[in-house]
Design a protein around this ligand. Structure first.
Ligand code: AHR
Length: 327
């Protein structure tokens, strides 16, 4: 996967992960090909199945952490609930897995369970979403996109394409308290600052199509001057399309739509002229997770932060990219 690494301030680029070296002992020799001939048991707690992006991310993880690749994967779906994730992590700790990995549904509230993993000598790898913690030693590595940058790119496109025009924007936010919702909101607001584009309303649609549709129906009832929708993911944008059409308006034309993800359904709507611009969020994190997990278990140094690179698409670019799109 195309990726770049960078340092968070105050962190060493390649840090030997003490917790991994001390505590992770792989569960031995039943024929996987992890390199050393041992099988790595990895417990993964997924956010849920809320979006097309999430489905592609789950597929990537399940296809990379295979027995042939040296893994015994235990996978659980938290149905977008933090308490379910904490319960799953605790159960993996009790089972004594070699590595824990998860995509945190929200940013805060993880310190206690991460400390329990550390005490048990089990290294933790974060995928997709970050945690807000004052102790970065509680996890070994974080693999995922730069969500603030995604929001900035969406906002920069709006600023560039509607320069000098008064623009009323409604925002469909992702899950409240999640890293992508907080960061995309921040990046977008920063990028449109100083322009005549204004966010007139903003509510969560929880990253789901049904949520996006419902919130958009409310926006259309309360505001008759909506020019543009900024949706934090494709699925909510697709829900907004349904609401706009039901209100007798033309999505992509009467009301412009900018989203983030670039999954197939979103790209199709973009190519069809119903969405105007999409910033990609790459869900293919499985291979990087497998690589980092093997290194952590072997006690090798790992990159603390791996930033996955994202593309962005206009309507013409979406039509071109669609035939070869993987997800
Ligand atoms: O964390 C990534 C976000 O979560 C994706 O943009 C969204 O579709 C998903 O639900």
């Amino acid at each position: 996967m195309k990726r770049k690494t960078f340092l968070r301030s105050g962190l060493a680029a390649l840090s030997m992960v003490a917790v991994a070296a001390l505590g992770a002992c792989s569960s031995g020799g039943d024929g996987g090909s992890a390199g050393s001939g041992v099988t790595i048991s990895l417990g993964f707690s997924q956010v849920g199945a809320e979006s097309g992006w999430r489905a592609a991310n789950t597929k990537s993880i399940q296809e990379s952490l295979t027995a042939e690749n040296g893994f015994k994967l235990s996978f659980s779906d938290a149905q977008q609930k933090q308490e379910n994730q904490i319960q799953a992590l605790r159960s993996y700790i009790a089972q004594g897995v070699d590595v824990l990995a998860f995509s945190p549904v929200v940013e805060t509230g993880w310190d206690a369970v991460l400390q329990e993993a550390k005490n048990a000598g089990i290294p933790v790898i974060l995928t997709d979403r970050a945690v807000d913690t004052t102790d970065d030693s509680l996890y070994a590595s974080f693999i995922g996109s730069d969500f603030v940058e995604e929001g900035r790119r969406a906002g920069a496109w709006v600023k560039e394409n509607f320069d000098g025009e008064k623009l009323s924007i409604v925002e469909l936010q992702g899950t409240t308290g999640s890293a992508p919702a907080l960061d995309r909101q921040e990046g977008f607001a920063e990028a449109i600052e100083g322009s005549d584009a204004k966010i007139i309303d903003s509510q969560t649609g929880d990253f789901t199509r049904a949520g996006g549709k419902k919130v958009m129906e409310g926006f259309l009832n309360s505001h008759d001057d909506i020019d543009l929708v900024f949706a934090h993911n494709d699925d909510m944008g697709l829900g907004a399309i349904e609401a706009i059409q039901a209100a007798g308006k033309k999505p992509g034309d009467d009301i412009k739509i900018v989203t983030i993800d670039a999954v197939k359904d979103g790209m199709q709507a973009l190519a069809d002229g119903k969405i105007n611009y999409i910033v990609e969020c790459n869900p293919m994190l499985g291979e990087d997770l497998a690589e980092i997990a093997k290194k952590v278990v072997a006690g090798e140094p790992v990159e603390k932060r791996i930033v996955v690179e994202d593309a962005a698409f206009t309507q013409e670019q979406a039509a071109e990219a669609l035939p070869n799109r993987q997800y």
